[in-house]
Write a protein that binds this ligand. Sequence first.
Ligand SMILES: [Zn+2]
Ligand SMILES: [Zn+2]
Ligand SMILES: [Zn+2]
Length: 486
Amino acid sequence: MITIQNNDGDRRVLLLDSPFALDESPDFPEYLFDVVFIANSSAEETKTILSSINPVTSSKCCYKPLFVASALKGKMGNYDEIIDGYADDWNAMEVLTEIENIIDYNNKIGLTTQEDPILSSNQFFIRLTRYLISRKKTILEPQLDVSASTGYVIPVFDLFYRLGFYELSEYFVFMQSMTEKGLFRTSKFVNKVYLCPTCLHSHILNIHSCPKCGQSSIKMEEVIHHFRCANVSPEHTYNFGGQLRCPKCHKILRHIGVDYDRPTTIHTCNTCGNTFIEPKMKTICTSCHETHDADQLIPQDINIYEITSEGKQSIISPNIGFTIYTEFYDNYIEYNRFVNRIRLLAEQKFTGNIKGDLLVGKIWILNEDGETMPIRSEGIELTCLYFPTNKVSAANNITYIGSVIRNYTGDTEEGIINFQIMLAETIRAAVPILNPGEKICCTYMKLHGNQSTIDDFIKEMDFVSPTPDDSVAYDPNAPKKPKELQ
Ligand SMILES: [Zn+2]
Ligand SMILES: [Zn+2]
Ligand SMILES: [Zn+2]
């Protein structure tokens, strides 16, 4: 059963009791409902429904209030983090109040409900952070969880990690980058932990092993120092009929501290017989089963983070998706910086300081009516990956690639052809990000003329060419996600 009904507060409630492919269904568009109510008393079934219908990753349910049956209170584990309340009557006073509080607050901070499908982990992180801001949960506090990947996890993040929305390395980069940008701040240091360098999991066993042969079957024994004759040897050499007797001078030992002491312990390897003071510390990861030396583990600070007030503003802003590329890809730069750079290179070319051709590649998407479509973050990611040594930027529904072709062995033709080939490969790799009816196009501009034509060149960058050099259309058989971004 799935239906939409008005509640007493005149909000439209999407009611459902079983799994439903809501985001894919044309029957329940986002604008037809304000609230989601899942009426199912099985915790397992409700978790299954929530893994797709939830206020974080569902494009249609984004940031909308969500309630589940009251019988599930205390049974939802980490799913509790994305539930606004437990109730059986969607007109109960506390439900109506909570709905109004959430909707009012989202309106106040300007959080719009419509979102695109999530295609990258960065998009997911921004969506989750927006959700947390919407629910005023701006303190991100890790908890110890024996079943979790890194031991300490922020429960709501871990819920989606288990649903496959991101890799651990992406999570650490995201947290670090948000902190460096001042969008998050460390409000408290919790602990420094050491993670497996292969998989970043924390469940690591410490193993003492023989420094000579590496085996871990070792026995530990105290060493006895007999003062009278200065003999120093392992305890077992003193054992004699239940008494301690010196193996060198044969006197019976009586009082520790008076006639003997135990200065240290030694280890003996059961495999090779080697004796040593300090065993070698090795680790084995219970997740990936790799063995590492203890000093190879990755130190990781576990902190309580807080979303700063600057963070709240920028994360809610629709442009955040692009500003974070500057953190993830060294070659992505903001568009005004890109234009300044092109202008500078153009001037350098005309004054003779740069030998070579200045090119600007452009990539854009057209819908079936021939209109340009807003830039998609995966398109920028792909371009950054395909042109790692070029500057990449985006504006005006166009993704830009700057290039100076410098290979002056004979002429520049070969360099230009290579640039064209890379553009053609990039748009082919980007086919999975197209929707039905769309095509992705590319072309490049080459700077000609003299000083006085620089402004025209810059101006022309704003426009797409009616006759692109190359284009590829939507392909229904393409994978859902570009393989480079999987
Ligand atoms: Zn050994
Ligand atoms: Zn002795
Ligand atoms: Zn591992």
